[in-house]
Every structure is written in C-alpha cells, then in structure tokens.
Design a protein around this ligand. Structure first.
Ligand SMILES: Nc1ncnc2c1ncn2[C@@H]1O[C@H](COP(=O)(O)OP(=O)(O)OP(=O)(O)O)[C@@H](O)[C@H]1O
Ligand SMILES: [Mg+2]
Length: 145
C-alpha cells in the first residue's frame, strides 16, 4: 500500500510537518517518496523597453529556482534523519495544477501535504493549493494540519 508518495512542499512550517508525517508513512510502507516544489512564474504583463528590468526579472527567476532547490534539499535532509531518502523535483507552473499533473503522470498512490502554506490570509482551514488538489487529485490526499 502507498508504494509511491508525492510530498508537495513550499518552504512553510506546515509543509515541513506534512513531510515529516510522509516520512513516517514511507518508512512503514517502504514507499518511494518524491518531494515536489512548484515555482510560480512571474506575471507576464511587465512590458518595458528597459533592459535593466528584464535583467532584474531574470535574476528573480534564478533566485526562485535557487530557493526551490534549497527548500527541497532541506526537506530531503529532514527525511534522511528519519531513514527515508526522497527524490526531489521542481517544475515551473501553477502549484495545484502541477501537483495533480505529477500525481497523475507519475502514478502516485498518495499525496501528503499541508493544510496551509506560506499564505498570509488567516481564518481559512485550507489554502487555495490544498483546496484545489483535494478536488482534482487522481489519488487519495492526506492533509496535515
Ligand atoms: N508552490 C508549491 N509547491 C509545492 N507545494 C505547495 C506549493 N504551495 C503550496 N503547496 C502545498 O500546499 C500546502 C497548502 O498550501 P496553500 O498554498 O494551499 O496554503 P496557503 O499558502 O496558506 O494559502 P494561499 O496560497 O491560498 O494563500 C502546503 O503546505 C504545501 O504542502
Ligand atoms: Mg500558498
């Protein structure tokens, strides 16, 4: 059971909690684990003849990718402490859509994710990403709060 688990992470405390839970499950079921980060593209509406701005946008993109790699590495190190060695993967796109696509194409058996993430808006039990994944995922979803 649960031979392949997808663990979407965004660098938040909740996602780290979910990853720790996923590691326990993975140890129990001897599952293959993939920690997954979706980098959101910058808005495409910036239209300017100033090459400096283009340069800055490229710097931000590079920085976002670097952050993705750092977040995934940190999750990996935490899981290793629990005796689980996850693969890591990041893609560019819309978080919920890419999480569901990865779950579908990679034939995962379970998604383990946080109820909330980095979002600032208080008062909601679930964020927009976890909400959308629960509704569209091709497999069971375990929400950790
Ligand atoms: N960019 C992302 N890549 C991978 N997983 C993500 C990403 N964003 C969120 N997640 C996953 O979804 C969980 C819930 O985060 P979500 O973004 O839904 O909540 P939020 O940030 O509090 O709210 P919102 O983003 O709607 O303002 C996170 O704990 C994490 O597991
Ligand atoms: Mg969020």
């Amino acid at each position: 059971m649960y031979s392949k688990i997808l663990v979407p992470v965004d660098g938040s405390q909740r996602a780290a909690l979910a990853a720790a839970h996923a590691a326990q499950l993975a140890r129990h079921f001897r599952s293959q684990v993939v920690a997954f980060y979706v980098v959101q593209p910058l808005p495409g509406y910036v239209n300017t003849n100033d090459p400096r701005i283009e340069e800055v946008l490229q710097q931000i993109s590079a920085r976002l990718e670097k952050n993705a790699i750092e977040v995934l590495e940190q999750v990996k190190q935490e899981m290793l402490k629990n005796g689980v060695e996850p693969a890591t993967k990041f893609v560019w796109g819309h978080p919920a859509d890419e999480i569901c696509r990865e779950a579908h194409e990679g034939r995962y058996d379970l998604i383990v994710m946080g109820s909330r993430g980095l979002g600032e808006i208080r008062g909601f039990l679930m964020g927009s990403v976890s909400n959308r994944v629960v509704r569209h995922a091709p497999c069971p979803v375990l929400i950790v709060r």
